[in-house]
Ligand binder design. Structure first.
Ligand SMILES: Nc1ncnc2c1ncn2[C@@H]1O[C@H](COP(=O)(O)OP(=O)(O)OP(=O)(O)O)[C@@H](O)[C@H]1O
Length: 285
């Protein structure tokens, strides 16, 4: 376990040591009727290519603010965020975000929702190429059969699958997930976690994901970033999650979940994160 975000972190499967996404001394201050409100202060963190990083912290500590600065929807008051060395100043197709509330166009089918994003991102591709990309990504999330349904005809889990397919179809450099499974029932949530892990291990995408669920983070992430409470929140600790994920063909994500849940270390890590959130940085209203 890391006790400082500045110390060297031992990755279990380093894909490259080149920094990929760098959050560099970022602070954010919001103007409010009662004066300036410092949400984040001097936050630094590096994500490596192909990593799956989860961010956890109490409500209002600034997790969405931080991810919105990575997506480019929000700007730091101080410091900068860089992707492959380029400072992020606005949203771009290299960073796709998926939200808790799906954000699908209700009058368009699942297919059309994905197609529209593909058309916007790849205007020079032929119709056949765009069609192939849409089909591939709907199949990736198991939605080929439901391609022609509109959002109101889809369950919450299916809607979130469309949102994930839409984000991945753009082939982003990094997938940014803001509590994507927070609104789903427990069984659907586990199914989607397993699908996301399968997609991650097959396609080796880089993922940055907010969650409120420690078990979700232990199942999915390489590292868990634990935020302190605001105002002026920072990274309190970065937990290295040491479980080696099985390669494709070795074990399914569901079997992997069963394996780690039999490992005593799982409960040590879980208790450590719980202690961080509910004792060391307990939320005081
Ligand atoms: N545009 C804004 N103007 C003023 N204050 C804001 C603005 N956006 C967010 N805040 C405040 O900044 C703080 C952090 O908000 P943020 O949404 O980033 O937190 P969070 O950790 O993602 O919370 P949650 O887990 O509830 O989604 C909160 O106190 C929020 O009220």
């Amino acid at each position: 376990m890391q006790t400082s975000n500045s110390s060297k972190i031992q990755l279990k499967e380093p894909i490259t040591r080149e920094p990929f996404l760098v959050i560099d001394r970022v602070s954010k201050v919001y103007p409010t009727p009662n004066g300036l409100y410092p949400v984040l202060e001097d936050v630094s963190f590096t994500v490596y290519e192909g990593e799956f990083v989860c961010v956890i912290g109490h409500s209002g500590c600034g997790k969405s603010t931080l991810l919105n600065m990575v997506s480019g929807f929000n700007q730091p008051s101080d410091g900068e965020v860089r992707l492959r060395g380029n400072v992020i100043t606005k949203p771009g197709p290299d960073r796709m975000m998926v939200f808790q509330n799906y954000a699908l166009l209700p009058w368009k089918t699942a297919y059309e929702n994905v197609y529209l994003a593909v058309k916007t991102a790849f205007p020079n591709k032929s119709k056949a190429e765009k069609h192939a990309i849409v089909e591939e990504h709907l199949a990736m999330v198991g939605l080929s059969e439901a391609a022609h349904k509109r959002p109101h005809q889809l369950s919450g889990g299916m809607k979130q699958r469309v949102a994930i397919a839409r984000a991945l179809a753009i082939r982003p450099e990094i997938l940014i997930l803001d509590e994507p499974f927070g609104a789903l029932d427990a069984i659907t949530k586990e199914e989607l976690q397993e699908e996301l892990l399968a997609i991650w291990r097959e396609h080796k995408i880089t993922v940055l994901m907010i969650t409120h669920d420690i078990d979700e983070a232990l199942f999915l992430a390489d590292r868990l970033v634990m935020m302190t409470n605001g105002p002026a929140a920072n990274i309190g600790e970065v937990m290295n999650i040491p479980f080696s994920r099985p390669s494709v063909g070795e074990a399914t994500p569901a079997e992997y979940r069963a394996q780690i849940m039999e490992d005593p270390q799982y409960y040590e890590l879980r208790n450590h994160a719980l202690d961080f959130l509910f004792r060391r940085f307990a939320h005081v209203e």
